[in-house]
Design a protein around this ligand. Sequence first.
Ligand code: GLC
Ligand code: GLC
Length: 813
Amino acid sequence: MEQQKRYGHFDDQHREYVITDPQTPWPWINYLGNEDFFSLISNTAGGYSFYKDAKFRRITRYRYNNVPMDNGGRYFYVKDGETVWNPGWKPCKTPLDFYECRHGMSYTRITGRKNEVEASVLFFVPLKKWAEVQKLTLTNQSKETKQLKLFSFEEWCLWNAATDMENFQRNFSTGEVEIEGSTIYHKTEYRERRNHYAFYHVNAPIQGFDTDRETFVGLYNEFANPDAVMEGKPRNSHAHGWSPIASHYIEATLAPGESKDFVFLLGYIENEQDKKFSAPQVINKEKAHALIAELDTTEKVDKAFAELNEYWDALLNIYNVRTGNDKLDRMVNIWNQYQCMVTFNFSRSASFFESGVGRGMGFRDSNQDLVGFVHQIPPRARQRIIDIASTQFPDGGCYHQYQPLTKRGNNDIGGGFNDDPCWLIFGTVAYIKETGDFSILDEMVPFDNQPGSEVTLFEHLKISMDHVIKNLGPHMLPLIGRADWNDCLNLNCFSWDPNESFQTTENVSEGTKAESLMIAGLFVVTGKDYVALCKQIGKNDEAERMQQAVDAMVEAVKKHGWDGEWYLRAYDFYGRKIGSNECEEAKIFIESQGWCTMAEIGAEEGMVAKSLDSCKKYLECEHGMVLNNPAFTKYIYEYGEISSYPEGYKENAGIFCHNNPWVIIGECIAGRGNDAWSHYAKILPSYVEEKYQTLHKVEPYVNCQMVAGKDAFRPGEGKNSWLTGTAAWMWYTVSEFILGIKPDYDGIRIDPCLPETATDYTVSRKFREADYEITIHPNGSQKGVKQITLDGQPIQGTVIPYSAGKHIVEVTM
Ligand code: GLC
Ligand code: GLC
C-alpha cells in the first residue's frame, strides 16, 4: 500500500483527536452541547448552532454542499498590519505558521499562529446553559508590540432552517437586530409569534460592529475578503431586512509576550409571553444579561469548562477497559461512547450529511441509539422511551419519525415500516436490564400523543409484538410494509415517477405477499427478550403465548426462509424469493443473516454456521461486509430504492456499517471469536485511521454509516459520518459480546467471545449501585467461561448476582 498522508492523530490522555492540517479530505467535525443547545463545528470552525431542533430553531446559518466546502461558521479575523488570517485557516486561507484543531469530549480547541501572533479558541457549550462559549486567547509571541484588529463573525439564520433557504421574498424583509454595548441581539420575528431571540456578546469594550452582511462583506466579496476586515474598518451597520449578522470589532494592543482573553458568547433566550418587551419594540434583555453575567470572565469560563470535563470523566468511568491494545481501548473507552451520546442526542437530524431539516428522531433509530447510551444517563434514556412510545398507534404501528421540539409524530413520513414496533422492546429491555427499574413498565403512555388515550408502557410492548403477529404473510413470515430496517427495500411501492419519494409514496398493501426475513429474525430475538421480561414480572401466561408465537416464527423461517447456504432476505409482492441463489443479482443479503444468526434459528441443523460462512465468502471484503452481493446493476421496479443506487453505495452493496455488528454478534453467539474479531476490526475507526486516512475521507475517530463496498468505483471511501446506528451497535457488540460484560435483570452476565490471541484484560463497570472490577483470563479460548470468583469466592453459573458496593471478579475461560 502506498504511503498515506496523515492529517491527525489520537491523543488518548486528553481524549482528543488532534488535526494538524486544516485541509482534511472532508471537514472533520465535532459536536458541542449535551442537552438543549447544540453546535456542530468543523476543524476550520465551520458549522452552526441550534436550540433543541435543527430545523425549527436554527440559530446560525450554514450553507450545505457549497463552494468552497464548509461555508459559514464562527469566524475570527485577525488583521496584523496588512495580513489578515483566521486561527482555523478558513475562510481567508492565509497560510499559517502553525495550525492545530483538537476535538475533545463536547469541546473543540482551534489554534493558529501567524507572524508570531497566536490565536487559540476554545469552543464549548457549558452544562445546562443555552450558549456557546468561544474563549479566544490572543498571544503576542514576538519581541515587538502588536497592534491587532480583531473581527468576530456569525451569521444569523432566520430560525426555521428550511424556509431560511427558500422563502426569500419574505426573508429579505423580516430581519431585525438590536445593539447594546458589546452585545448584538438577533430578534427577527420576535415582534410577532416568536418568544425567543439570540445574542452574540464579547466581554470587552468594542470599537465598532456590523450587523448587516452586505455592508460588512460587500456584495461581490466572499467570507474570505469582507470589505470591513480588509480595510480594517467596521461600518457600524444596522441590519433592516436582508441578512443580519453579528460582528464585533476590537482593537487589541499586545506587548511582547502578552496574552489576552476575550470571551465571546452566542446565546439563546426564551421569554414568557407577557414579558417579551421592556419598551415598545425593545426586547426584554433581562435573561440575556443574567446569562452573560454567568460567563463573562476567564475564571467563570474556565470553571464551566472544568465542570464539563468532570461530567465526561464521570460518564466515561462507567465502563472502562484495559486490554493493552490502545486501538481497542481508545474506541471502547472514549470515542465509541462519545459517538453514542451524540447519536442519542441528534438521532439522524444534523451532521455534515444530514441537513437538519429533513429528519427528526426515528422510531427505530432512537430505540437502537438507546442501547449505546442507557448506561451513561439512564433517566434520559427512560424519558426517551416514553417519548418514542407516545408516537405509537393503538394497533401497535407507529410514526416512523417525530420532531424533537414538539415530540409529535411526523405526518410527512407517516408509518407502516413493519420492523418499527419490535425496536421498542429492544430499547426498553436494555433500559430495565441496566437499571433494574421495572416501574417504567407501569408508566401511562398515550397513543399518538392524544391525552386520554394512555395505557401502560407494558401494554405498548404487548401491542408491538402483536403488530407483527397480526401482519403475517402467506409463509407465516412478517409482512414488510413500507420497508423493514432497510428503508430502501420498498417492495410495495412500484414507482416510475422520479418525483415520488420511495419512503412515502403509496404503499400498495392490498394483496401483497411481501414478507421480511429480517423482521422474522428481529421478532425472534426481541420475542425471546419479551418472554424473559414477562417471566420476570410474573406474567407467565403472556410469556407462554409469546413463546408459542416465537416458536412458530422459528419454524416458518426454517421452512420458508432458508436458501440452502444462507437465509433468504424477503419475498416480494408476488411471493417471489429475494436474496436467493435463484436470483440473478443480490443473491445474498446481510440483514437476514445477522438477525437469524442472532436468533440462532436452525442452529442445530447447521444453518447458523452456514450462514456465517456465507457472509465471509460472499459479503466480506477488505473494508467490511457489504449489504448484498452481487450488487444490483439495474433499477428493479418491484424492489424500490435499493436498486436505485449505483453499485457499491448505500443500501446497494455498500458496507452499511450499521449491520456488520449483527453478523459479528451472530459470530459471538456461535462462539467464533476469531471471525467476530476480524469482522469487527475492519470497521473499527482506530484501525481504519491507521490504514486509510485519505481513502476513507471522513473522520477517523467515529464510525460512518456507509463505506463504499467492493463493487463501488472507490471501495473503502466513507460517507455519512457520525449519526448512524453503527455507534450503538458497535458499542453493544464490543461491550457485551466481545468483551462479554452483559447487564441482566439479576446481575451482570459474563460471556466473552474473543480471538485466540486475546490476553488478560480488566473491565471496570459501574452497574446500578455497584462497582465491579472484572478481570478476564482468556487462556487462548474463544468462548466459554469455566470459573468465576466474586470477591474471592467461586460462584455458580455466569451471572454475577447484583449487590451494591465494590467487588472484585476473576473470570477464567
Ligand atoms: C438509515 C436510517 C435507518 C435505516 C438505515 C437503512 O441509517 O436512519 O433507519 O434503518 O438507513 O436503510
Ligand atoms: C434514504 C437513504 C437511507 C435512509 C432513508 C431515510 O433512503 O438511502 O439510508 O435510511 O433515506 O429516509
